[in-house]
Unconditional design. Structure first.
Length: 258
């Protein structure tokens, strides 16, 4: 939840001095106050942010705070992660855990958008949001490793496959925290709003698909079939590692240019 430019003023009774707007009014207001899309992976850009916009509008209508949405997001995500480690590899278990992660990710987008509806977030809220992300990224792939060790027969004959989630955990944590640091230094803690990026923006979104946490949530729905899941999981790991290898030198050059 990044503190950023607020959307249009509220009506009598909302946190800025007016009655809370309708869900439709909030969605329309947020559509003009989205974060910049440059490089945002395709699922996050086309699915997660619009879904988060709707959830933010509903939360605003209900009078929820951004911190409450962050806590709900973390609760959904951590429940999903715990169940990944605890439940056998069945179709329903894979779908339920993936659904919880998808909902948690959408709420993770909603808290920042709700902050904009309420005319800006707070440092404490941003801290809470990043701590929740840190816990999520530090535990998700470890839960996958536990699940594979406990329930996947293919890992019993090929224990080296357990290195995949361990490597993925390292790559995703390095990528996330380096990106957050770069983002904060580049924009001084602010959030640039959306602009028309044309084909270049879409191309970046497609190329960054392997880094997309939302896409990973969808892939996790296939855990009930360990072999196809591990193939897709390994491909996403390779894509994420390749993207990170290209991004780190660029981000360093960007910092040198500031």
């Amino acid at each position: 939840m990044n503190p950023s430019k607020p959307v249009s003023p509220g009506r009598p009774g909302d946190p800025a001095g007016g009655a809370r707007p309708s869900i439709g009014e909030s969605i329309r207001a947020l559509s003009t106050a989205q974060k910049a899309k440059a490089g945002a992976p395709l699922y996050s850009r086309l699915v997660n942010r619009p879904l988060g916009r709707v959830l933010a509008a509903v939360a605003h209508r209900l009078g929820a705070t951004p911190d409450q949405v962050t806590v709900l997001s973390a609760a959904c995500t951590m429940t999903g992660i715990i169940l990944i480690a605890a439940l056998p590899l069945t179709v329903w278990a894979a779908l339920v855990t993936a659904g919880l992660l998808v909902l948690g990710y959408a709420l993770d987008s909603a808290d920042g958008q709700l902050a904009r509806l309420r005319h800006g977030g707070s440092k404490a809220g941003e801290w809470l949001d990043h701590v929740a992300d840190a816990i999520k990224l530090s535990s998700l792939h470890l839960a996958i490793a536990i699940s594979l060790f406990r329930f996947a027969d293919v890992v019993g004959s090929r224990p080296a496959l357990l290195l995949l989630p361990l490597a993925y955990s390292a790559v995703q944590n390095i990528h996330f925290f380096t990106y957050i640091l770069t983002y904060q230094l580049r924009y001084n803690g602010g959030t640039p709003l959306a602009r028309d990026e044309g084909r270049a923006g879409i191309l970046k979104s497609i190329l960054s698909a392997p880094t997309d946490y939302g896409l990973l949530c969808i892939v996790l729905a296939l855990r009930w079939a360990p072999v196809p899941f591990l193939v897709l999981y390994a491909l996403m790991l390779l894509g994420s590692a390749g993207y990170l290898a290209l991004a780190l030198p660029k981000w360093y050059r960007d910092m040198r240019a500031l």
